[in-house]
Structures are given as C-alpha cells and as structure tokens.
Design a protein around this ligand. Structure first.
Ligand code: C2E
Ligand code: MG
Ligand code: MG
Ligand code: MG
Length: 279
C-alpha cells in the first residue's frame, strides 16, 4: 500500500510538471506565432528633464497584444523570449519600430530602447543597430540603449567591445535598474556610461526610508562628479519628485507624468503640460 501511495504521489507530481511544461510550450509557440502575426506593439513613456520640466526622451516598452488574452506585460513574456532566443528577433523589431517612430518626433526628443543580455550574445547586434538607424534615418545621437548590469556579467571583454563600438558611432548607453542585482560601482569604471537609471525600488521608498534617500543622494552626487546623467525611474508622487529635484537628479520618469502609452499618443504627451498637484 505504501508503495502504491508513493507511486500515486510521484505520478501526481509528474502530472503537475507536465502541465507546467505544457503551458510553457504553448506560450513559446504562441510567442513565435505572435512575431509572425505582428501582435507586438511598442508603448512609450516620457522622460522629463527635472530642471526644465521638458520631455527629453521616451522609453520604448514592448507590449504583446494577444488575440485571446489581451495586452500582456513584458515581465510575463520577456524571460521566455530570452530562454528561447526569440528575444533577438523581437528586440530587433522593437529597435526598428522605435527608431522609425522617433523620426516623427521633435529633433530634441530621444528614444530609449532596452537591450537584453541575450542580444549581446548575437554577433549581429552592432549591425542590427546600424541597420535600424539607417532604415529609419534617425541620427545615432537620438538613440539611447538601456542595458542592465547582468549584461556586464557575461563575457565582459566581448560585451565591452560591442558597447564601445556602439558608442563609437554616437549611440548613448544607459545603465538601467541601477542598484539592484549585482550592483557594483566598478561597472561605472569599466565603461563610460552616459546615463544611470536609479531603480524604482529606491524612488518608491524615498519619502518613507532614510536609507533609500541616502542611496538616491549618493547616486545623484556620483553622477554629477562623473558627468553622468541620472534618471529616476518610477516617480509616482509630487513628494518624490520634489526630493529628486532638490538632490539634483537630472531626469525623472514615472506614473506621476504618464504611464507608457501607444505611439499615437506621443504628441499628446508632448503637448500636455505636466499636471501639477498644488498643495
Ligand atoms: P524597465 O526597462 O526598467 O522599464 C521600466 C518599467 O517600469 C516599465 O515596466 C514601466 O512601465 C514601469 N514604470 C514606469 N513608471 C512607473 C511607476 O511610476 N510605477 C511603477 N510601478 N512602474 C513604473 P514594463 O513596461 O512592464 O516593462 C518591464 C520591463 O520589461 C522593463 O523594465 C524591461 O526590463 C523589460 N522590457 C520592456 N520592453 C522591453 C524590450 O523591448 N526589450 C527588452 N529586452 N526588455 C524590455
Ligand atoms: Mg529600461
Ligand atoms: Mg529600469
Ligand atoms: Mg526596472
């Protein structure tokens, strides 16, 4: 009887795993089909200069418009796209689309595109970036590429060579989600980043945690000393924005100004002055 129970338990467990593996397989097939069917859409979130209050850039954030499941967040499909390698094709599409969209914006408004560590393993990354610029006619200096520290963890000599090559033809490189993961200040010495994006987890707690305030203060001050632009991510309240302004953070991005919106709404986001909450 014990043996039967054991086997029953084992079978149950196995069935559970099958279901999960099956769901993953379905999502993977879905993802492949979605690329063919053009079910992806690039949304844009404004980034404001803190001192002038002007929109200086938009970050491109991909969405999956699933035929049955509706709009799917990138946190729910980017990891699988990375595991399956599909991110190379998807990332290239986002890059081309973002460069194309940005050519319709004012000349002083840049576009920021996220790059996955997996895209750095592809030998064609530099040529895809060049091709996206050439096809759209967007000047290289209007393109910012956002990478996370995890990019620098893998094969860093080859990665650094790619980053130098990209920067060599005028593209700017931002360090995204700074302060999370395996953050190390030595990354700032290993490559001349143009921008540091302070992770929203610190910005979130600015008014409630002294240690988060201290970290934000240290990073903005570091940025100033090194001549690197600092962007605060996830700014949701006037109180957070005011503290960032006082600390001299260069740029701010977050729901306080706007959520990411479809490309067709960029002009509205540009023309609408920021709603001020008057206390
Ligand atoms: P990220 O690059 O750090 O992008 C910022 C994320 O924070 C976005 O989430 C944005 O919608 C969200 N956000 C902005 N302001 C606020 C705020 O005030 N409060 C809160 N709670 N969230 C805010 P999203 O669009 O869901 O994207 C999540 C992540 O998915 C991105 O983080 C990025 O790592 C990845 N991702 C998105 N698009 C792409 C892409 O085209 N390629 C790659 N490789 N990754 C992408
Ligand atoms: Mg980003
Ligand atoms: Mg980020
Ligand atoms: Mg983030």
């Amino acid at each position: 009887r014990a043996k039967a129970d054991g086997r029953g338990t084992y079978r149950y467990f196995e069935t559970g795993m099958d279901a999960r593996a099956q769901a993953r397989r379905i999502l993977e097939l879905d993802l492949r089909a979605a690329l063919q069917r053009h079910e992806f859409e690039v949304y844009y979130q404004p980034i404001r200069d803190v001192a002038s209050d002007e929109v200086v850039a938009f970050e491109a954030l991909v969405r999956w418009n699933h035929s049955l499941r509706g709009l799917i967040s990138p946190v729910n499909f980017i990891p699988l796209a990375e595991e399956t390698g599909l991110i190379v094709q998807l990332g290239d599409w986002v890059l081309r689309q973002a460069c194309m969209d940005a050519t319709g914006w004012p000349d002083n408004v840049d576009v920021a595109v996220n790059l996955s560590p997996v895209q750095f393993k592809n030998p064609n990354l530099v040529s895809s970036v060049k091709a996206a610029l050439r096809a759209s006619g967007l000047p290289a200096h209007r393109l910012e590429l956002e990478i996370t520290e995890s990019v620098l963890l893998q094969n860093s000599a080859a990665t650094l060579a790619v980053l130098h090559e990209l920067r060599g033809f005028g593209v700017r490189i931002s360090l995204d989600d700074f302060g999370t993961g395996y953050s190390s200040l030595s990354y700032l010495r290993s490559f001349p980043f143009d921008k540091i994006k302070i992770d929203r987890s610190f910005v979130n707690e600015l008014t409630t945690r002294d240690d988060s305030m201290a970290i934000v203060r240290a990073v903005t001050s570091l940025g100033k000393s090194l001549g690197i632009v600092t962007t605060a991510e996830g700014v949701e309240t006037e109180a957070q924005f005011e503290l960032l302004r006082r600390e001299g953070c260069t740029q701010a991005q977050g729901y306080l100004f706007s959520q990411p919106r479809p490309a067709a709404e960029v002009n509205t986001m540009l023309s609408r002055p920021r709603a001020r909450i008057v206390a």
